[in-house]
Design a protein around this ligand. Structure first.
Ligand SMILES: [Zn+2]
Ligand SMILES: [Zn+2]
Length: 829
């Protein structure tokens, strides 16, 4: 070819290195090279990685030799331009690398992985006497005569050697084998075996007739042809034969498999594979749009009015006010316009109930995206968004990464939920804030919904950055539940407690059950008891790897660390003094469930927490059983506070909320208010008899009054004053710098060194720490943290972030300090 001009591609790779990598695009790939397509490239010594083309150009890199792209995977972009923009924004906002964001964004089914394989060295001659070989080595050599290449697992099987690295190294050194990387495509399309008539019979009626005559005596074969023509009639053969029929269904009525085989052999039928969707083919279905009440209609048009002027609107509607119906109407409009919509939920726990309602309206136009789906399913949702198969996506935080190209609406339900924030690993992003940015990239409208908006969002609404729409009454004018407080100090003094239940709450439970209604009890601590305590020496069993006490789980008779998973059997004697007087202190959901079974022998008690809902099905089953009235009392952690909608719950009991109120964090009051209001909102959604009972040691705390009167505005006013006077969000932007190392002294020194490097330029008043966080050691790593508060308007926040990153890079130039991992957490929750 005469064209000698070279082409290069800048590739984004899923690695934590803050730059793009330039590779050469050879002539064979040039036609397919286009931004957004995935490529395979060599990386480092032996690795190959899946990356994404960001741009194509003709500039040779200055300081290194560009290696060649190995292959281009897609026939069209798998990543759209808007995603690349979002990835860039997230990397700079959340202080991580674009590669880390890409790694989180791509479902693992779209990332090829490589596997080490072994083949015989072409020059290898086992009889040249240059080396001697062990028995295991001979086994490998012999196996490679039979099979061209072997995986490490296969070698391990053949030789019976578990750790084969030594063996492979030795064979490689003797020049017997070569090691290479084989790429493995993780996504496997689902295929269906189908049957159709040979194409030659499609148009040739005479040939068909001849076939009938020929088969006259072959009853079973004739039957098959007849059946096929019943399903695909002769006059439709031209259009429909190509697609054929499912082989499984075709033979399902007991027709002969061997006769079909004969017909295939004789060139009458042919079998083929068709790639099918794991979610079924789209069906045409008329949508059943719910009727809105006149109040909902009014609010809907308020939202429309505000969207004329603002891109973001906050819908503040009390629990049970019917926000979902409004969402449905908005989604329907997006469908009518032929655009895309994203409906974000804070966690999978919520999806089942909402999905059922949405599916009634939108059928299979909804794609669902969350981590409990398999890799293959996630790839199909990804591709379905690209192809337009799923104009609506319902999903948890990672669905902000999907390849939308025509997004016109984002609904962020329960926008106050802290589970929208990803803690680990990078990017440590908040899906609500990221979705707002995603909306801006697409010029989409964004609707935030909550009964207890986050202080930040409400502040934005008060200052008219967002539009605000308020729904103050429940759907159908059902009353808000009545809330009562029980003073635990008083009850304990009078020795009236039944374990951890006050007589008032116990009585209310009994009464509710007598009326055939249901009860939810909220206890935000799983396990049986948060710790054990020796009555003789006061020893408390602690985790071997973390600075926390071990939680006693009665069901498994063991002590468990909730931070690292460390477990040990329940000790019969104190490990410090040998005493047998070991007592449990405090209580968790397990103990509450256990006590209730004794106190309410005929009641059907169940528990919903992390331990009982490990899989999607166990969770859904529990919800379904509760909905169907097969459970009387549901005990649960904060999982049960979130958006669930039950018809027959009339009593909600809140236990142990004091611990949440007094948790040392600036959001603790907000959290307590949200949790109590949300869980209270599960009571009496269809009746006027909703009742909430809160047990506390400090009934005089103002937050209880605010919950009782359902006074969000007053709560906000009190809270925002505190935030302003103590310099917390939304008045400042917080960044946490976390340091982790096994060496306690070193992590402290590293944090202090970093502090010194930023102190002067940033101003000491903006920096807190270094200090040990509440739990100073997790998984044998000691932690230190520095908190930086950047006031809005006083300092350029992007510049400050750049400065902090630069100082961190400088820190990591140092051999000693480099051993400590440093993590930025922007907007920590
Ligand atoms: Zn002891
Ligand atoms: Zn631990």
């Amino acid at each position: 070819m005469s064209n000698t001009k070279l082409s290069f591609a800048d590739i984004l790779l899923p690695v934590p290195i803050p730059r793009l990598f330039t590779y050469e695009v050879t002539a064979e790939h040039i036609d397919k090279a286009e931004p957004g397509r995935r490529v395979i490239v060599p990386f480092g010594q032996k690795k190959v990685l899946t990356g994404v083309i960001v741009q194509i150009h003709g500039t040779k890199p200055q300081n290194y030799d560009a290696r060649e792209i190995l292959d281009i995977l897609d026939d069209q972009p798998a990543i759209v331009d808007q995603q690349l923009q979002l990835i860039q924004w997230m990397a700079s906002y959340y202080m991580c690398t674009p590669g880390e964001v890409l790694n989180a964004a791509l479902p693992s089914g779209l990332k090829l992985s490589s596997k080490s394989m072994v083949q015989k060295h072409p020059d290898f001659d086992p009889d040249d006497g240059a080396h001697t070989y062990s028995d295991s080595e001979w086994k490998v050599v012999e196996a490679l005569e039979e099979k061209e290449h072997l995986s490490y697992d296969e070698i391990s099987q053949i030789t019976g050697v578990k750790n084969i690295y030594h063996l492979i190294k030795s064979l490689s050194a003797k020049g017997a084998i070569l090691i290479f990387e084989q790429l493995i495509e993780k996504y496997k399309p689902k295929k269906e075996r189908r049957v159709r008539l040979q194409a030659s019979l499609e148009n040739d009626l005479l040939a068909l007739e001849a076939l009938f005559q020929k088969l006259e005596k072959k009853e079973k074969q004739l039957e098959l042809v007849m059946k096929y023509l019943r399903e695909v009639p002769v006059n439709e053969l031209k259009d429909r034969n190509q697609l054929g029929v499912s082989k499984g269904e075709f033979l399902a009525s007991g027709l002969s498999t061997s006769s079909l085989g004969t017909l295939v052999k004789n060139g009458v039928f042919e079998e083929f594979d068709k790639v099918i969707s794991r979610f079924g083919e789209p069906k045409k279905k008329e949508a059943v749009i719910p009727e809105l009440t006149s109040l909902q209609e009014e609010k809907l048009s308020e939202i429309h009015g505000l969207f004329e002027k603002k891109s973001t609107v906050l819908l503040h509607g009390v629990t049970g006010s019917g926000k979902t119906e409004i969402y449905i109407r908005l989604l329907q409009q997006v469908l009518d316009e032929g655009a895309q919509a994203l409906y974000l939920l804070p966690e999978i726990a919520l999806t089942a109930q909402i999905l059922r309602r949405l599916k009634k309206v939108f059928g299979d136009k909804i794609g669902i995206y969350h981590s409990k789906y398999s890799d293959n399913e996630r790839v199909e949702v990804w591709n379905g968004v690209l192809s337009g198969r799923f104009p609506i996506v319902v999903g948890v935080r990672s669905s902000v990464f999907l390849p939308f190209n025509n997004l016109s609406l984002i609904i962020i339900d329960e926008e106050h939920e802290s589970s929208y924030k990803q803690y680990d690993p990078a990017p440590r992003y908040h899906a609500r804030d990221t979705a707002i940015m995603l909306g801006q990239i697409h010029h989409a409208k964004i609707l935030l919904g909550s009964a207890t908006p986050s202080v930040e969002s409400y502040y934005n609404a008060v200052y008219e950055k967002y539009g605000l729409v308020t729904l103050e009454t429940r759907f159908g004018e059902v009353q808000m539940p009545e809330t009562a407080l029980i003073d635990l100090k008083d009850e304990r003094k009078k020795k009236r407690m039944h374990g951890d239940l006050s007589p008032g709450l116990l009585q209310a439970i009994e009464q509710t059950l007598e009326e055939n209604k249901q009860v939810i009890l909220f206890q935000n601590r799983r396990g049986y008891a948060p710790y054990l305590h020796c009555e003789d020496c006061a020893h408390i069993p602690k985790c071997a790897n973390c600075s926390v006490s071990l939680t006693y789980h009665m069901y498994r008779q063991e002590l468990l660390c909730h931070y690292c998973g460390f477990r040990e059997p329940l000790p019969s004697h104190c490990e410090a003094c040998g005493s047998a007087k070991i007592k449990t202190i405090g209580f968790g959901t397990e103990k509450l469930e256990d006590d209730l079974k004794v106190l309410l022998p005929t009641g059907r008690i169940s528990r919903m927490d992390y331990d009982t809902t490990r899989t999607r099905s166990t969770y859904e089953q529990l919800i379904e059983n509760f909905e169907n009235g097969e459970i009387d009392v549901l005990v649960g952690t904060q999982m049960i506070t979130k958006g669930l909608d039950f018809d027959h719950v009339e009593l909600v009991g809140i236990l142990d909320i004091d611990r949440i109120i007094h948790f040392p964090d600036f959001r603790s009051h907000e959290r307590a208010f949200q949790m109590m209001t949300q869980v209270s909102g599960r009571a009496g959604r269809r009746s006027n008899n909703g009742k909430v009972i809160i047990q506390t040691n400090n009934p005089e705390q103002p937050v209880f009054h605010l919950v009782r009167t359902n006074d969000y505005k007053r709560f906000y006013q009190m809270e925002i004053l505190e935030r302003e006077s103590f310099h917390y969000p939304p008045f400042v932007r917080m960044i946490k710098v976390l340091f982790r190392n096994q060496d306690k002294q070193l992590v402290w020194e590293t944090a202090n060194h970093y502090l010194k490097s930023i102190q002067t330029s940033l101003g000491g008043h903006r920096i807190l720490g270094p200090q040990e966080p509440l739990i100073a050691r997790i998984r044998n790593q000691y932690h230190q943290e520095i908190t930086i508060k950047l006031e809005k308007g006083g300092i350029s926040i992007p510049k400050a972030k750049e400065f902090l990153t630069q100082k961190m890079e400088e820190l990591q130039q140092d051999k000693i300090f480099r051993q400590t991992s440093v993590i930025f957490d922007v907007d920590p929750q």
